[in-house]
Design a protein around this ligand. Structure first.
Ligand code: PLP
Length: 384
């Protein structure tokens, strides 16, 4: 194995085989291991590569209390999407000013709860939402979410959300006419976004709307650049893009706003927790079907691998068993649903029932969307 490859392997699987076995015998499987040091490193990378930009961790990516508690202790702020996420973050003593209710379509109960606990910063993208906010939280500070292109992104987050740039001015003035308080603009370039120019395009749209608003006497002071940052924060981590590279394009466009006194915030989720999560799942059965080897795992599409249907994610699989041989196999989940197939044509050593399979880079949008379908518990989570 070449030196560079070994460095990458160690980056991908930083825990020894013995440590993984020790943790699984203590906590059982499936087990999502969260690496504290990576969460800290990723959070600090934002401060390093985007200085002055406030980090609002998108709780939806991984709402495990160990992640929220750790980030709260580091001084992070939070992007929350529901009453439940507000309550979770509040339980760690985070002040309401350190949260943004970044869901443009909120339940009435959510708005009322935000008002009760004082989470006043919130997004909107349509007039019906303004009516709800006027009724239930008229003093809220409003951020208009814009629809922007998602070039280079796996998930388009301007399909379901975002006002057309052409209707932005009208929606801002409408808020003002209704006695509400518009303070800024937001966008999301899609997730993960591997084309830094997509942020540049979005920022040009923002700039144009800001100018038009200013010409009508409306001075906005906040820009929310959303999430979409890649899985890797540093360029030497082996991914196709990194926060470091994205920042080279994006930061020069943000600096003029920062120096003019704008508040600039980001809502990263994946890039904080994605590469901090390692799943350990166990082979619970094996079969040969139509001449192909099938290994059945104790985690599947209804569990941590829910990232596959929901986040369109693809993963790498490593077996702890060492062998000179390799087989082509199908990996399936434990439920009775035949849709529950995790991956096909995977190359692994020949495995036995009870062997462990390790999956790196699975910290975001995975455990968060796991269900208890068929009665299987959500995977255990441990932060080390
Ligand atoms: C409003 C909002 N902000 C932030 C995020 C986090 O995005 P990412 O995980 O790509 O950083 C999302 C993801 O869905 C989102 O919807």
């Amino acid at each position: 194995m070449g030196k560079r490859l070994r460095v990458l392997e160690e980056w991908v699987l930083p825990l020894s085989k013995e440590r993984i076995e020790e943790l699984t015998s203590q906590f059982g499987t499936p087990l999502l291991i969260l690496l504290r040091e990576r969460v800290v490193r990723n959070y600090r990378a934002f401060q390093r590569f985007l200085p002055g930009v406030e980090v609002f961790y998108a709780v939806k990516a991984n709402p495990h209390p160990s992640v929220v508690g750790l980030l709260a202790s580091l001084g992070a702020s939070f992007d929350v999407a529901s009453q439940q996420e507000i309550a979770l973050v509040t339980s760690f003593g985070v002040a309401p000013e350190r949260m943004i209710f970044a869901n443009t379509i909120k339940r009435r109960e959510g708005i009322l709860y935000a008002r009760r606990v004082g989470v006043s910063l919130m997004t909107y993208d349509n007039e019906e939402e303004l009516k709800k906010i006027q009724r239930y939280y008229p003093e809220a500070k409003l951020v208009l979410r814009l629809k922007t292109p998602s070039n280079g992104s796996r998930i388009d987050l301007s399909y379901k959300f975002g006002a057309e740039p052409e209707e932005a001015l009208e929606l801002l003035l409408r808020a003002q006419d209704m006695g509400l308080v518009p303070v800024g603009l937001s966008f999301h370039v899609g997730s993960p976004c591997h084309n830094p120019k997509t942020y540049a395009t979005a920022l040009h749209i923002v700039e144009d709307v800001l100018l038009k608003a200013r010409a009508r006497g409306l001075f906005l002071t906040l820009i929310d650049i959303g999430g979409g940052f890649p899985l890797h924060t540093y360029s030497n981590e082996g991914g196709p893009a990194s926060l470091e590279i994205v920042s080279e394009v994006v930061y020069p466009l943000l600096e003029p706003f920062l120096s003019r006194g704008f508040r600039v915030i980001a809502e990263p989720g994946r890039s904080i927790v994605g590469n901090a999560g390692i799943l350990v799942t166990r082979v619970i059965g094996k079969a040969v079907r139509s001449g192909k080897i099938w290994y059945y795992l104790d985690d599947g599409l209804y569990g941590t691998f829910s990232a596959i249907p929901f986040d369109k994610a693809r993963f790498s699989f490593y077996a702890l068993r060492e062998s000179d041989q390799e087989v082509l196999c199908t990996l399936a989940g434990p439920t009775c649903d035949s849709l529950d197939v995790v991956a096909e044509d995977v190359v692994l050593p020949p495995l036995e029932v009870d062997d462990l399979v390790v999956v790196p880079d699975i910290g975001a949008y995975s455990w968060a969307s796991a269900t208890t379908f068929n009665g299987f518990d959500k995977p255990q989570v441990v932060m080390v």
